[in-house]
Design a protein around this ligand. Structure first.
Ligand code: NI
Ligand code: MN
Length: 227
């Protein structure tokens, strides 16, 4: 059975295993996202996984998690905040290097070179996330600069699909994202974190990795993969 990968805009995705019906929302930033086509109430999921605490990733996590009684996976401090300040105690915290077993497979956490705060409060380590779901491996890089251990992460995770930020300023631009894709070596690279705001790259021009197929998704687009 394939997975259904829905692009929520910016860096957000809904990943559903059509075999088990289990779904995980990643960085569900909808309210205030000018390109989003979904409302928080549209999102049905069992888990919410967060790369870091910034508002353009944390987004509608609390509303979605509470409405679905979803388990929130994220950095230790971010999960503590969600439980103590956010009023949602269904949390599953971790840190880079670790792996969390889930109903659909697992989420492994990797380093990312960035920062992580929410409303000015420290939210622990920013992370990339590797998902094993429905026989498919996905590596969401989170917000990050280029780092050479992306080659190591690619070798360990062997991802089918990598979501790679390319908007520049807060993350890699398309030139460095190209180098990242060539180090990670997924079958497909999905560019993220561009066009949402005027300060970001408005296109993926220059994102041309050798040996990796670029799959540009539009917000709301659903991609059935694998199976
Ligand atoms: Ni960020
Ligand atoms: Mn961001």
């Amino acid at each position: 059975m394939p997975i259904e990968l829905t692009f929520l805009g910016h860096s957000g995705f809904l990943i559903k295993d059509t075999g088990t019906g289990k779904a995980v929302a990643v960085d569900p930033f909808l309210t205030g996202n000018p390109l989003a086509v979904h409302q928080p109430g549209d999102i049905a999921c069992d888990y919410v996984a967060l790369t870091h605490g910034h508002e353009d990733h944390f987004g509608d996590t609390l509303a979605i998690a509470k409405a679905n009684n979803a388990t929130v996976i994220g950095a230790y401090e971010l999960c503590q905040y969600i439980a103590t300040e956010g009023g949602h105690d269904n949390i599953d915290p971790g840190n880079p290097g670790g792996r969390i077993a889930t109903d659909f497979g697992y989420v492994a956490m990797t380093p990312a070179f960035h920062s992580s705060s929410y409303q000015g409060k420290y939210m622990g380590q920013p992370m990339g996330l590797v998902f094993s779901i429905g026989g498919v491996k996905l590596y969401h890089c989170g917000d990050t600069g280029l780092f050479s251990d992306m080659k190591l992460i690619g070798a360990v995770a062997k991802p089918d699909i990598a979501m790679i930020p390319c908007g520049d300023r807060f993350t890699m631009g398309t030139d460095l994202a190209t180098m990242a894709a060539e180090m990670i070596r997924p079958k497909f690279a999905v560019p993220v974190h561009y066009k949402t705001f005027p300060v970001l790259n408005q296109s993926i021009d220059g994102f041309e990795p050798d040996g990796v197929e670029v799959k540009e998704m539009q917000p709301g687009e659903v991609w059935s993969y694998g199976g």
